[in-house]
Design a protein around this ligand. Sequence first.
Ligand code: SF4
Length: 306
Amino acid sequence: MDERRRLDYLGAMGVDVWVPRLVAAGRIESSDEIAVVEPSRILPPARVSDPADLRPVSPSAQPIPRTPPAHAEAHEVAPNPVVPGPVASGPVGPALPEALSPPDPALMDWDALAAAVSGCRACGLCETRTNTVFGVGDRNADLLIIGEAPGAEEDRAGEPFVGRAGQLLNRMLAAIGLAREQVYIANVLKCRPPGNRDPHPEEARQCEAYLLRQIELLRPRAILCVGRVAAQNILQTDAPLGSLRGRWLTFRTGAIPLRVTYHPAYLLRSPEQKAKAWEDLVEVVRRLRGEGCAVIGKGNDKDQSD
Ligand code: SF4
């Protein structure tokens, strides 16, 4: 039997035949060089539906999960983003695989936190902002100043307390011997509420983890809250500003002394209140110098100022 007919015959019988390249090319005539593989030894093609293929892989054989940068992830998942911020709202779905879990601000360093804020879409303010306003100043500062939210100029500049109110804050700091660069300045909200309205509680709640992490990283020796909105959000109270200023309070856990004073924008409209703001600043300086924490003002509960 010639080789071609023999191969055709074996093929018709379902016998797989390994043909040496030289035979296939017609350069060897002898059938002695043809190896025959029995059907029982032919492996079936791989089938992904085979339950054996779905067995868990040993941990050592699994690929290392890669977590994308927080800001990139936030952009990639729009318009229904994975919220890097604090609180998940709505129905709770199945747990995400670890590699897809939202990054936790509480675990971030400064740079990761800034990147997360710049890409954050956790509340509706991301739709109307020009820039996020993360914070500015010395990341080792003893004094943290907290305002409420960016205004129009801060939104454009991407920096808190610029414009006339910012300039007044700079002068107030200079009056107690501190340059703007020597303190850290941040806001409760990192994005501007349209029309400079007060932050909605849900917006403040979504944004809170960023500020809490800033405080944790900074570990300031004192916090100065400027304005009613910042004070009420930080202290989680509805008390009027007048009842909060003029005495030392503590930030939540009680570890950081906190003082409340007027917002510079309010002082521009009500310069007669600058004397009280000065008293607050003097107390902050005394605290930073370790000179005690005397109460030098009596809060006016009827004061509805900003
Ligand atoms: S205000 Fe805060 S929570 Fe809302 S989008 Fe901006 S950074 Fe995110």
